[in-house]
Design a protein around this ligand. Structure first.
Ligand code: FES
Ligand SMILES: [Fe+2]
Length: 417
């Protein structure tokens, strides 16, 4: 449980807010690279941390992110002409490059020096791992991108997915680190796979261990699998709002990112990758069908097909006979509960137990980061991209295995890149 002040402090992310300032220390996944289809393609609207922006790809293929409103008199640059290495406002023709420099001002006399005095607000942007990343922070040059494995392997090895979610980013993060809910929310009653899935489905009360790390937190959830073995799930919480849930055996590794559009809307990124080889068409089909962790979305709007307006297409008969929720798809089940809490859940009214250990630790860490940034201390992770070279995982381990020993394997840097 948090006080009202703490809840406000930790969730509000608009310009000038303490948590917004924390987010602005980190590179953020902003959109799929494929949304800016080619050099000089149409610009795309973007909203991050309560700021309206416009993204474009210039003639040389460089992504650029500018404040949506033209610095002349505020027309939307979304309507701009993307031509010859710059975005030209259609109101009076002022043109800006990806760094925000005004490179042409055709409605002023040629001898005027005015264009050199005008700058559009521009944020550094990069393509990595089939995603466009944006850095909205104060440092120039910007720090290096976090060296997440999927941003270092060839694009052919990566599957990246985007969706919009209508609630605070923190509700999504808290769901990702909460291993106990998967035994309930995501339970399929008809299932009996005879593997770790069964342990998760039948053992609803995992014991949590949490270790502070350079990138955030390593979270171990331990369930009894037999008299002598435990099933461990190791999940990373990576600052500011990313998680890696355990890889599926022999297959793909999963990353999720909850990126604030504003206080009560977010963009959810889910990424699967193979460190060792390109993904085949068959791999992609498997990823897309795997219990719908990658929500089915309208490819134009990135809005989930099962959503709040249609009650996520809940089927009460299926709920009685086949699945805990009657809602198809793991991601949509998450949406139903996370959006159903309201835009920002009232954390003063909660009753937290030991199953909420990881949630509590994440909040503590974020609050301490808020205090650090307010005091002028830079978050360590934002300045140390190497810290992000880790993988999640799971395993059946002897009952006497210690968390510290297991954790060592999940905090060592991975080799890709
Ligand atoms: S408002 Fe953009 S050029 Fe005038
Ligand atoms: Fe979930």
């Amino acid at each position: 449980m948090l006080s009202q002040e703490e809840n406000e402090l930790i969730t509000r992310v608009g310009p000038g807010t303490p948590m917004g300032e924390v987010f602005r220390r980190f590179w953020l996944p902003a959109m799929l690279s494929s949304e800016l289809t080619e050099p000089d393609c149409p610009p795309v609207r973007l909203r991050l941390l309560g700021e309206d922006l416009v993204a474009f790809r210039d003639t040389n293929g460089r992504p650029g992110v500018l404040a949506a409103n033209c610095p002349h008199r505020g027309a939307s640059l979304f309507f701009g002409r993307n031509e010859e290495c710059g975005l030209r406002c259609v109101y009076h023709g002022w043109k800006f490059d990806v760094d925000g420099n005004c490179v042409d001002m055709p409605n002023e006399p040629p001898e005027s020096n005015f264009k050199h005095k005008v700058q559009a607000r521009a944020y550094p942007a990069r393509d990595a791992g089939k995603v466009i990343w944006v850095y909205m922070g104060p440092h120039r040059p910007a720090p290096e991108l976090p060296r997440l494995e999927w941003t270092l392997v060839p694009d052919e090895n990566v599957y990246a997915h985007k969706r919009f979610q209508d609630c605070s980013w923190l509700q999504n993060v808290e769901g990702e680190v909460d291993s106990s809910h998967i035994s309930f929310l995501h339970r399929s009653t008809g299932r009996n796979l005879g593997d770790a899935t069964d342990v998760v489905q039948t053992q609803g009360a995992p014991r949590f261990s949490v270790l502070p790390t350079d990138y955030g937190l390593l979270i171990g959830a331990q369930r009894s699998a037999s008299e002598s073995t435990d099933y461990w799930r190791m999940t990373q919480f990576l600052l500011p709002s990313y998680t890696m849930i355990p890889a599926r055996p022999g297959a793909y590794i999963d990353f999720t990112g909850a990126v604030p559009v504003d206080d009560d809307h977010m963009i959810g990124f889910t990424v699967a990758w193979r460190p060792d080889r390109p993904l085949s068409a068959e791999d992609v089909a498997k990823i897309e069908s795997w219990d719908y962790v990658y929500a089915e979305v309208d490819q134009r709007t990135f809005r989930p097909v099962r959503n709040r307006e249609n009650d996520y297409l809940i089927d009460r008969q299926v709920q009685r006979t086949e699945s805990y929720t009657g809602i198809k798809g793991i991601r949509d089940q998450d949406h139903a509960v996370q959006e159903g809490m309201g835009p920002i859940v009232d954390r003063t009214a909660e009753h937290l137990g030991s199953a909420d250990t990881a949630v509590i630790q994440v909040r503590r860490l974020l609050l301490s980061l808020v205090a650090d940034v307010q005091a002028g201390r830079e978050p360590y992770a934002a300045q140390h991209p190497e810290a992000y070279r880790v993988r999640s995982g799971d395993g059946m381990l002897p009952r006497d295995a210690s968390f510290e020993e297991i954790a060592r394997a999940y905090t060592a840097p991975v080799s890709a890149g």
